[in-house]
Structures are given as C-alpha cells and as structure tokens.
Design a protein around this ligand. Structure first.
Ligand code: FES
Length: 152
C-alpha cells in the first residue's frame, strides 16, 4: 500500500495520527517509520513535524530505525515475569543470536521487550507482529520461530 492509499483511508483529523502512523509502519517491509513517512503524515494532517516526531518517540511500538521482517515483543510485566518471561527471553536470544533491541543477522527478527499485553491469564506471553502467544515454554517458542522461518 502506498502512503497515499493510507491517507485516503482517514479523514484529515489529528485524531487519526496514531492510526495513520500504524498503517505507514505496517506497510513498510522493515517495520519502521522513515523521516519521509513522518513528514508526509505531518503534511497530510497539517501538524508540525516536531509534534509527529514526538508522538512516534513516545510510543514504543513505533520505530525510527529499520527492524526485522518480524517484530517479537516479550512481555516483561510482573505476572509474566513470575511465570517465566526471562526463560522465554533467554530462549529467544539463543535461537536468534541477538539481545533485546537487536535484529537477527538474517534480518528476519527483531527482539523487543514490552509491558503487559493484556493476556496475563496465559502468562508468559509475547506478540509476534500482530499475533499474541501465551502459555509459552522454551519448546513452544522454538516451534513458533520455526513456523515463522518456514513461512518466510
Ligand atoms: S503481564 Fe504479561 S500479558 Fe499481562
């Protein structure tokens, strides 16, 4: 989808800024927002560039740097921590050869931390792109990564 196609989906209202930024990021193969994206959103909504930039840097779900094709966010809030989030994180680091905040050498995965995903009843949990996975074990994490690799 082009930027113009994203803008056509939303009326010119500042209320739509977050949704527009989400769509622009999602349509980018590398899961990030470029300066050109921010400028285009600012121009379309007639907002100052600095305001749009401030919104992007406030929310951790937005990135100003290219990321992997898949973005993995591991919940680090207390209920998930109690149920083994650190084991999940360690398994992911081992499988992908990265630390949190990094992208795998094949550019397939970026590993990030997040706060509560709203599914504490199935802790520990993570989100891969838009999909939430719960009741994670090291074995289940390995299966999910293998599925994503096969699908790519
Ligand atoms: S604490 Fe992890 S999903 Fe709520």
């Amino acid at each position: 989808m082009t930027r113009e196609a994203v803008f056509q989906r939303y009326p010119k209202s500042g209320d739509n800024l977050i949704s527009i930024l989400h769509d622009l990021q999602n349509q980018n193969e590398w899961n990030y927002l470029s300066k050109e994206d921010l400028q285009a959103a600012a121009d379309y909504l007639e907002l100052p560039y600095s305001f749009v930039h401030g919104v992007v840097t406030f929310y951790t779900m937005f990135s100003l740097k290219p990321r992997g094709r898949h973005v993995i966010r591991v919940c680090q809030s207390p209920p998930c921590q109690l149920m083994g989030a650190s084991t999940v994180g360690d398994e992911l680091k081992k499988l992908l050869g990265v630390d949190f905040g990094q992208t795998s050498s094949d550019q397939m995965f970026t590993l990030e931390m997040t706060s509560c995903l709203g599914v504490c009843g199935v802790a520990p949990a993570m989100m891969v792109d838009g999909d939430v996975y719960g009741n994670l074990t090291p074995q289940r994490v390995e299966e999910i990564i293998s599925e994503k690799r096969r699908a790519s």
